[in-house]
Design a protein around this ligand. Structure first.
Ligand SMILES: *[C@@H]1O[C@H](CO)[C@@H](O)[C@H](O)[C@H]1NC(C)=O
Ligand SMILES: *[C@@H]1O[C@H](CO)[C@@H](O)[C@H](O)[C@H]1NC(C)=O
Ligand SMILES: *[C@@H]1O[C@H](CO)[C@@H](O)[C@H](O)[C@H]1NC(C)=O
Ligand SMILES: *[C@@H]1O[C@H](CO)[C@@H](O)[C@H](O)[C@H]1NC(C)=O
Ligand SMILES: *[C@@H]1O[C@H](CO)[C@@H](O)[C@H](O)[C@H]1NC(C)=O
Ligand SMILES: *[C@@H]1O[C@H](CO)[C@@H](O)[C@H](O)[C@H]1NC(C)=O
Length: 628
């Protein structure tokens, strides 16, 4: 705003500097010793509506800085198409931090890891199939240069020395953990960052706290920092930083307050006492610490990443952080605040309270159409035909689902194995023949199922991208059918591929579409269900946040009023409820819930055909432990 602009103009005339003091092993802010106690918050995982609330809570915890990543794929969904408004308005986020009095440690990648799809790299980079990401591959460098040429000039006015909040800027992320070990790439980035941000900006790198990682992750001129959690010996961890940086401030760029989850594995937590003890030791040594995460937030839509051996992360990125996914104050928050208070003066004023949650209760759902019946809405352009299957990239569909369709080349009156001999179903496929469900293929887990049908029957293989690998060697993670399927000994050919635009279809009120069939169909086919609920009147301060759960449902995707909340998968766990921020709810008319259930809904029994809105999150139930 204008006020901010004028304040910044004034501050331009004061002498704002941020530097490394190699003699006394510290940072200097305006020439004076400075140490940051920071927390990670990813604006891409929190709706803009709540940015201020979360930042204020971080400020009130005694933090003097925040750290955020910038996910490239969040801002450049298609080559040359940029998004920087609304929930994508990074500059507004920086402005808010500045107004609240928080400094910013910016991590613009281009690779970020972050348990974010493909570590933040846009999937369309894979259009060149053989591209070597995070290296001096000329095609990769060209796109990187273009992107950073858009992003970094926007960041320049927000640098501390230019009157803004950004004190330091990270180059790449844990590059020493990646196989390319390409110093020319790091040098290229270093020059590019300086070109756009100026020579005086403090650039740094972050790597795991061991010489092995630091070896390929660091470069002269980029200040080397380390990351480690409570399970590390602090003295030894900082010694590894000292081997690369004999002088300068000690920095733990990612001190883990919690940990990430995967579908099918127990919810991760980190003990508050261990965190307090480690943080106390680090702060006592004068170290600079960023807590990763201070608030995790949510992988809305399709934004989660995955690890190897292939394991996708769930929708919640709660992370067991001091502020919960929904921004709630936790015991960990207050314990940290108390500890920080021993080192720094805590700000005066009230801590914004935990936002109230409301249990709107059960919402009856009704079947609309199967996904196959909705194809003309989901894929108005019609299919792309090809003898052999094409990947998501080849049909320019980057997230969600593609339906692969062919016909059975022979009679299968007895069960015949439908197989992916090369484990090329990325990542999950829901298979049906002439509208009869046959089973689910899954990467690394189920590479063959038996099917039955007659020659000429329609074989539908709905392939779901469960999230791209975000860490390690395999980030070139192609989706779809990335190798041929066989039926018995026959290779299947002559495919029609339907790239599905679910978000657009749901936003255009799929449920009011004229071809609403209500045909009887198996409850095990991928099917859309809709329901409505109204915000009760006569209760003050509604709407409030809530959590949606899916009792007796299996796996799918859910939207409220067209906002893609993410994946639900109680059949695998550990996440049971999905966070519903209140800003997507309306009071003036009923709210629409749209569910795409992929495996089996409970709707055969109309009394069980409901979803439920509750006031408490449940993130730690594995189905195997459900019954006990
Ligand atoms: C940490 O490592 C140092 C140096 O190897 C050692 O002296 C110290 O006892 C260790 N501390 C703990 C808590 O294990
Ligand atoms: C694609 O294949 C389907 C099924 O064989 C056929 O009906 C359709 O006409 C083909 N489309 C094009 C554009 O060739
Ligand atoms: C499939 O079986 C039907 C009888 O059920 C028969 O008429 C047809 O010729 C068979 N097709 C092939 C390709 O074997
Ligand atoms: C497929 O069917 C065959 C013959 O009925 C059976 O031996 C085999 O175990 C089945 N395979 C699977 C994956 O169900
Ligand atoms: C399928 O097999 C054909 C013939 O061997 C091959 O040309 C094609 O590349 C394969 N397709 C995929 C997606 O692996
Ligand atoms: C809910 O869906 C109906 C169509 O079924 C539409 O008219 C209405 O605007 C939608 N409400 C909201 C809040 O999006």
């Amino acid at each position: 705003g204008a006020l901010t602009d004028s304040l910044w103009c004034l501050s331009l005339h004061t002498n704002r500097t941020f530097q490394i003091d190699y003699e006394r092993d510290q940072f200097l802010k305006d020439g004076k010793p400075f140490r940051y106690i920071s927390g990670s918050i990813h604006y891409s995982r929190i709706p803009r509506f709540y940015w201020k609330d979360r930042l204020l809570k971080m400020k009130m915890a005694g933090l003097n800085a925040i750290q955020t990543y910038v996910p490239w794929n969040f801002h450049e969904p298609l080559p040359g198409v940029y998004r920087f408004s609304d929930d994508y308005d990074l500059e507004y986020f920086l402005q808010l931090a500045h107004e609240i009095g928080l400094l910013v440690i910016l991590r613009p990648g281009p690779y970020i890891c972050a348990e974010w799809d493909m570590g933040g790299l846009p999937a369309w980079l894979l259009t060149k199939k053989s591209i070597v990401l995070r290296s001096s591959d000329p095609d990769y460098l060209a796109e990187t240069e273009k992107w950073l040429g858009v992003l970094l000039p926007k960041m320049k006015p927000y640098l501390y020395q230019n009157g803004g909040p950004i004190i330091t800027v990270q180059v790449e992320n844990e590059y020493g953990s990646y196989f390319t070990c390409d110093y020319n790439y790091l040098r290229f980035l270093q020059q590019l960052f300086h070109k756009h941000l100026g020579e005086e900006v403090v650039l740094f790198t972050t790597d795991g706290a061991s010489e092995d990682y630091l070896k390929c992750g660091t470069l002269q001129g980029l200040y080397a920092t380390v990351d480690f959690g409570t399970n590390h010996n602090i003295t030894e961890a900082f010694q590894s930083q000292r081997k690369t940086e004999p002088k300068g401030p000690l920095v733990n760029s990612e001190f883990y307050t919690g940990w990430l989850d995967h579908w099918g594995e127990a919810h991760e937590t980190v003990d508050t006492k261990a965190i307090i003890s480690s943080l106390n030791d680090m702060l006592s040594q004068g170290a600079n610490v960023n807590m990763y995460m201070f608030i995790g937030g949510t992988n809305f839509g399709f934004w989660n990443g995955a690890n190897i051996p292939y394991a996708a992360q769930p929708t919640s990125y709660d992370y067991d952080a001091p502020l919960s996914e929904a921004g709630d104050l936790t015991e960990k928050y207050f314990a940290l605040r108390e500890l920080i208070g021993k080192f720094e003066k805590l700000p005066e004023g009230l801590i914004p309270p935990t936002t109230p949650k409301f249990a709107y209760g059960k919402v009856a759902m009704k079947k609309v159409n199967t996904l196959e019946e909705s194809l003309d809405v989901l894929c108005p352009e019609g299919p792309i035909n090809s003898t052999y299957p094409l990947t998501f990239i080849e049909v320019k569909q980057y997230f969600g689902f593609v339906l692969y369709r062919t016909t059975l080349p022979k009679n299968c009156s007895e069960p015949v194995p439908l197989s992916s001999p090369l484990n090329g179903v990325h990542d999950r496929a829901y298979v049906s023949v002439n509208g009869v469900p046959q089973g689910v293929l899954e990467r690394n887990k189920v590479i063959s199922i038996n099917i039955t049908g007659k020659a000429g029957d329609i074989l539908d293989v709905l392939v779901e991208n469960l999230g791209r690998i975000n860490y390690g060697h395999d980030i070139n993670d192609f989706k779809g059918l990335i190798s041929n399927l066989t039926l018995g000994s026959v290779m299947l050919k002559d495919w029609s591929m339907f790239p599905l635009n679910l978000d657009a279809a749901v936003q255009n009120n799929l449920e009011s579409h004229e071809t609403w069939s209500n045909n009887p169909s198996s409850p095990s086919l991928p099917t859309f269900y809709v329901g409505q609920f109204s915000i009760p009147t006569g209760i003050p301060d509604l709407p409030q946040d809530t959590f949606i759960q899916f009792p007796n449902w299996n796996k799918g995707q859910v939207w409220i009023n067209g906002f893609n909340l993410g994946r639900y998968w109680p059949a695998r766990g550990p996440q049971v409820t999905l966070y519903v921020p209140r800003h997507i709810l309306v009071t003036s008319s009923p709210n629409n819930i749209t569910v795409l259930e992929l495996e089996k809904s409970p709707c055969e029994d109309p009394r069980k055909c409901f979803v439920e809105m509750v006031d408490t999150p449940v993130l730690n139930v594995l189905p195997s432990s459900k019954k006990s």
